[in-house]
Design a protein around this ligand. Structure first.
Ligand code: BTN
Length: 253
């Protein structure tokens, strides 16, 4: 089934493919071949969709699978902030499509509804020799029509949440302008406005959180994000611990 992608802001150069291994892989190849910033690949299905930490991302038809090519003029740690703006744009799009829904952010870039994951964001980038980022692929998967039931964590979809008339194309029509808006906010204002917007929808702020690191797991109170997007967790005794990478778990809502 071919989906026409129309009406996106001129920044986006959309390409629709019925079936790919992974939209991230497709855009990475295009990036290496010199494709311009704004190249956007949307697929009807992925045969080998990838999630964070090498996990599989189940990608049957009906959900949104997209990857956007960016060429940010900054170093890799700064470019990683793009995952926050993607989560903000997505939660805003969900709130627009389903005004009764209350999407929340879970660090670093998940969007949850009623404690269940509705999307995944995967950034992949290549360093420029001599410093900086050559290209960055922002991959986003959003559960529109269905969600996995055996993913090891609760998942949901827009249809399951009652937004039953939503399609990948209608979601993209709302999401793309939001992505462009937040990209421009980030480029002109840095991380500060993103931090503010992300925290406004943060799940579990000032409540208990469990943090899993490669060699350690601990609980604390989720207090804040720092100026770079690291998670600040208060430990027993009141010390703040800065988490730059890891997995977090919020208590059931
Ligand atoms: C996660 O583990 O939460 C991230 C999942 C990212 C999935 C998207 S779907 C589009 C793009 N292509 C991929 O292979 N992965 C990302």
């Amino acid at each position: 089934m071919t989906v026409a992608i129309q009406g996106l802001p001129a920044f986006f150069q959309p390409i629709y493919l019925d079936s790919v291994t992974s939209t991230n892989d497709d855009v990475k190849h295009r990036a290496r071949d010199g494709a311009p910033e704004g190249t956007l690949v949307v697929a009807g299905e992925q045969r080998a969709g990838r999630g964070r930490a090498g996990r599989e991302w189940t990608s049957k038809p009906g959900n949104l699978y997209m990857s956007l090519l960016l060429r940010p003029q900054c170093d890799a740690p700064t470019a990683a902030q793009i995952s926050f703006l993607a989560a903000i744009a997505l939660s805003s799009a969900i709130a627009q499509l389903g005004p009764d829904l209350a999407p929340v952010h879970k660090w670093p870039n998940d969007v949850l509804i009623d404690g269940a994951k509705i999307s995944g964001i995967l950034l992949e980038s290549s360093a420029r020799s001599g410093g900086g980022v050559d290209w960055l692929v922002l991959g986003m998967g959003v559960n529109v029509a269905h969600h996995p039931v055996d993913a090891g964590q609760a998942a949901t979809s827009l249809h399951a949440q009652g937004v039953s008339d939503c399609t990948p194309a209608t979601l993209l029509a709302v999401l793309a302008p939001g992505l462009l808006h937040w990209l421009e906010v980030w480029q002109s204002g840095g991380f500060a406005p993103l931090r503010h917007a992300w925290l406004a929808r943060a799940g579990g702020l000032d409540g208990p959180i469990r943090v899993r690191l490669p060699k350690e797991e601990f609980t604390g109170i989720f207090r804040d994000l720092d100026d770079n997007g690291s998670l600040l967790v208060e430990q027993t005794g009141g010390t703040l611990r800065t988490i730059t990478a890891g997995e977090v778990f919020l208590p059931p809502t």
